[in-house]
Ligand binder design. Structure first.
Ligand code: 6CS
Length: 255
């Protein structure tokens, strides 16, 4: 980093963040405004630190950490779920959003896909996953062959793969699938998958910005105790108490 991130943010009046465009975690409004649960939390905490704005860039989940370390943005605020390999590469804030995973499947769930174990035991299944995403990592960790995993660029693409029959399921956070289902009644979302880790994200920073992260965590803790935080979490469909109870140390244990 070299330059002090807090001083830089205050001086220029904003920080740069990487986001996806996957509501309710992240969302780009038609006018370009960056919103969704994680950017909204980040913006609010930055205000408490004296930094008034954020500038978002949409990036793939596989590009977020390399881009952060290449200084293309100052933070990742995309619901980038904590796990061992990611926690080793970047410095996360304490948890913001905590959530679950589901499968998006054809109506009636014809292949009966409800758990990761269901995928492991059926070599004929093709599962759409976001490239470089947490879900891909879970299935690879369970030794599902790469040939069974079909990369999807974003949520909408993954659902199209299921509807066209190219994929038997799309593995994605429950809330992201529910959001897609609001405008597309042609697929269904399974109950939260029971045999995978709880997902939790925080904002991700460069290891060199530890001083900023410490200051950020102080304000984040205060913010999480306010009614504004409850309102924001409710607006996007997240559980505020689950977020308050979660710890980075615990979430970083996920494989
Ligand atoms: O952390 C990840 O990689 C995942 N996070 C979200 C919010 N959606 C998909 C992505 O794979």
């Amino acid at each position: 980093a070299g330059e002090d991130l807090l001083a830089k943010g205050k001086k220029q009046g904003y920080l740069r963040v990487a986001i996806a465009n996957e509501p309710p975690y992240t969302k780009v409004e038609p006018d370009g405004t960056v919103t969704g649960a994680e950017p909204d939390i980040f913006r609010a905490v930055c205000k408490l630190l004296g930094i008034n704005d954020i500038q978002g860039t949409v990036a793939g989940y596989d590009a977020m950490i390399p881009g952060l370390n290449a200084n293309r943005w100052d933070a990742v605020t995309a619901g980038l779920f904590m796990k061992q390999s990611r926690c080793a590469q970047i410095d996360y804030s304490e948890p913001t959003v905590v959530s679950t995973e589901s499968f998006g499947v054809k109506k009636g769930n014809p292949k009966k896909i409800l758990t990761a174990a269901d995928v492991v035991k059926n070599k004929d299944l093709k599962i759409a996953v976001i490239g470089g995403g947490f879900e891909e990592g879970i299935l690879k960790g369970k030794k599902v062959p790469t040939s069974q995993l079909l990369p999807a660029k974003d949520g909408r693409t993954g659902i199209e793969m299921v509807k066209s029959g190219r994929a038997d399921a799309f593995f994605l956070p429950t809330l992201s699938l529910n959001d897609l289902a609001k405008t597309d009644k042609d697929f269904e979302v399974t109950a939260p998958v029971q045999d995978v880790p709880v997902t939790g994200a925080g904002s991700g920073f460069r290891k060199g910005d530890a001083k900023f992260v410490a200051a950020y965590n102080v304000q984040l803790k205060k913010y999480k105790a306010t009614p504004e935080f409850d309102a924001l979490m409710k607006k996007w469909g997240f559980d505020a108490d689950a977020s308050r109870k979660a710890t980075k140390a615990e979430l970083c244990k996920a494989e």
